[in-house]
Design a protein around this ligand. Structure first.
Ligand code: A5A
Ligand code: ZN
Length: 477
C-alpha cells in the first residue's frame, strides 16, 4: 500500500530523513552547502550519471577534463557572464603564505576555463564542430537557502557540455539535439518535466537564449533540473574563437552549452518516493533485487542455501542482487530495504523451497507475486519492467495534475496559491506583459513552453492581444 502523506505535507523533512536513512548523503559536514556522498548514494549517483554519459557518447560528444582554477584575467572577459556570476564566485587568493598576483576563481561553470583553449584548437572549418563534455564539481556561493542535492555550494556532479559550430544553424540544431538528449534522460528516469524557453530577462549570463527543464516537487514548487543555452557568438568574440572558412575568410564560431547537476538525482528520489522512503526505478537502483531468507525453526529446510542459489542465478543474469543474510528478524530487513527503495524483494521460506518457487514483493505497489524457480530470470525481469512502467506512469499522472491552465491573472494567482504546481497561461510574448503576469500571479516566470501553443482565440491577460505562446509560472526552489 502506497502512502504519500508525509511525502507531500512535510516534503523537506521527508527528503532530509530519507537522504540520511537510505545512506545517500551525510548532511552534517561542517561547511554550509557541502555534503558527503555515502556509499549507497554514490552508487545511485554513478548509475544515473553513467546513463547521461552514454547519451552524450552516443551523440558524438567527447569527454574532457579541465582544471578547477580559472585566472581572474581570463574569467573577466565576457561582461554579461561576469555580471551574472560575480556574486557567486569563490576566489583563491593565496598559495601558501604567498599572495597570488592573479587571483584564481574556483569554476562556477567552465565557459571561461574552456573557451580560451578552444581558441587554440580551432583553426579552420575542419576543426569544427567541437562537442565536448565533462562531469566535475563546480563551486557557487549560493545565497538562497542551501539544500542537499538541490542547492549546493559545491555542486559535486555537474555535467556540462560545450560546443562550437561554423554556423548559427548548426548551433540551433545542437540546441535541438541537447533537448532530445535531456528529454530521453528524464524519460528513462521517469521524471516528468516541462520544457520552456526562459524569458529574456532571465537567460543564462552570456547567452542569447536559454531553455530550461523543470519538474514539480511534492510540495508543489518547480525545480529546474537542466538548462541548455545558445551562446551565439558572445563568447567567441571575447575569446577570439575564429575559424577560416571555405571562403578563405575568418569567422567567429557559434556556441552552445548545457548542464545537468545532481538535482537530477534529487528529482528521481522525490518524484518516485513515498512515506516508506525511497522507491527507485530499476534502471538506476544500486540493488534491483534483495533476497531475504525466512527460516522456520521447527522445520529443517535449506532456505539459506536456496537463497544463495537464487542470488547467484540473478547475478549471472546481470541483475544487481543482494542476499541479506544478516542475523536480524525478516520484518526488520523488509523495513530496511523498503527505506532504501529496492524495487523488488524476494522472500524464500520453507514452503517456497518445497514448491520450487519464490515470493516476490514489489516496492512500488506492495503486491506479492509467486515466481516459479524455473522461470526466475524471465519473470523477475518482467516484474522489473512493470515496476519501471508503473513508476513512470504514476509520476506522469501526478505531474499532469499539478499543471493548471488559467486564462486570467486572478484565477492564475488563486490557483498558484491554493494548488501550487505550474500555471499555464497564454501570453503575447512581450517582456512588459510577461513581467506583469509574474507580478500579478505572485509566481516566477519559467518561460514560454516549447511543447504547447495557445488556442488561436486565446488572449494575453495583460494587453488582450492575441497570445503567441503559453507562459509557465510557478513558485520555484
Ligand atoms: N554552463 C551552463 C550549462 C550552466 O552553468 N547552466 S546553469 O547555471 O543553468 O546550471 C545548469 C543546471 O545546474 C541548472 O539548471 C541546475 O539544475 C543545476 N544547478 C545550478 N546551480 C546549482 C546548485 N547550486 N546546486 C545544484 N544544482 C545546481
Ligand atoms: Zn501582452
Amino acid at each position: 500500500m502506497v502512502k504519500r502523506e508525509r511525502w507531500r505535507q512535510d516534503f523537506s523533512g521527508w527528503f532530509n530523513d530519507i537522504l540520511q536513512d537510505a545512506d545517500i548523503m551525510d548532511t552534517r559536514y561542517p561547511v554550509k552547502g557541502l555534503y558527503v556522498w555515502r556509499p549507497y548514494g554514490m552508487k545511485l549517483r554513478n548509475l544515473v550519471f553513467s546513463r547521461l554519459r552514454q547519451l552524450h557518447e552516443d551523440t558524438g560528444h567527447q569527454e574532457v577534463l579541465f582544471p578547477l582554477l580559472i585566472p581572474e584575467t581570463q574569467f573577466q572577459k565576457e561582461a554579461d557572464h561576469i555580471r551574472g556570476f560575480e556574486g557567486q564566485v569563490y576566489w583563491v587568493t593565496h598559495g601558501g603564505l604567498q599572495k597570488l598576483e592573479v587571483r584564481l576563481a574556483l569554476r562556477p561553470t567552465s565557459e571561461t576555463s574552456m573557451y580560451p583553449m578552444f581558441a587554440l584548437w580551432i583553426r579552420t572549418h575542419a576543426d569544427l564542430p567541437i562537442k565536448v563534455y565533462q562531469i566535475v564539481n563546480v563551486f557557487r556561493y549560493e545565497t538562497k537557502m542551501t539544500k542537499p542535492l538541490i542547492r549546493l555550494r559545491e555542486v559535486t556532479t555537474f555535467k556540462e557540455a560545450h560546443t562550437a559550430h561554423a554556423t548559427a544553424e548548426e548551433a540551433e540544431a545542437q540546441v535541438r539535439e541537447a533537448i532530445a538528449i535531456y528529454r530521453k534522460f528524464y524519460q528513462e528516469l521517469g521524471v516528468p518535466c516541462v520544457i520552456s524557453k526562459r524569458p529574456p530577462w532571465d537567460t543564462f549570463a552570456g547567452a542569447v537564449y536559454s531553455i530550461a527543464f523543470d519538474t514539480v516537487t511534492p510540495d508543489g514548487k518547480a525545480l529546474q533540473i537542466g538548462t541548455i543555452h545558445n551562446l551565439g557568438q558572445n563568447f567567441a568574440r571575447v575569446y577570439g574563437l575564429k575559424y577560416e572558412g571555405v571562403d578563405g575568410k575568418h569567422h567567429y564560431v557559434h556556441q552552445t552549452c548545457y548542464g545537468i547537476s545532481e538535482r537530477a538525482i534529487a528529482a528521481t528520489i522525490m518524484v518516485h518516493g513515498d512515506d516508506g522512503g525511497l522507491c527507485l526505478p530499476p534502471d538506476v537502483a544500486p540493488i534491483q533485487v534483495v533476497i531475504v531468507p525466512i527460516p522456520f525453526k521447527e522445520k529443517e529446510t535449506p532456505v539459506e542455501k536456496v537463497a544463495g542459489e537464487v542470488r547467484e542465478e540473478l547475478r549471472a543474469a546481470g541483475l544487481r542482487s543482494h542476499l541479506d543474510d544478516r542475523d536480524l528478524r525478516p520484518g526488520n530487513k523488509f523495513y530496511y530495504w523498503e527505506r532504501k527503495g529496492v524495487p523488488l524483494r524476494i522472500e524464500i521460506g520453507p514452503k517456497d523451497v518445497e514448491k520450487g518457487q519464490v515470493t516476490a514483493v514489489r516496492r512500488d505497489t506492495g503486491e506479492r507475486v509467486t515466481i516459479a524457480r524455473r522461470n526466475l530470470k524471465a519473470q523477475v525481469e518482467q516484474v522489473l519492467r512493470q515496476i519501471t512502467d508503473h513508476l513512470r506512469q504514476r509520476a506522469k499522472s501526478s505531474f499532469e495534475k499539478s499543471i493548471h491552465p488559467a486564462a486570467d491573472l486572478k484565477s492564475a494567482r488563486e490557483l498558484l496559491k491554493k494548488e501550487g504546481g505550474i500555471i499555464r497561461i497564454p501570453w503575447c510574448g512581450q517582456e512588459s506583459c510577461g513581467k506583469r503576469i509574474a507580478e500579478e500571479t505572485d509566481g516566477e516566470m519559467l518561460g514560454e513552453e516549447i511543447d504547447s501553443t495557445p488556442q488561436p482565440s486565446a488572449r494575453c491577460p495583460v494587453c488582450s492581444q492575441q497570445a503567441r505562446v503559453n507562459a509557465l509560472l510557478a513558485k520555484t526552489y
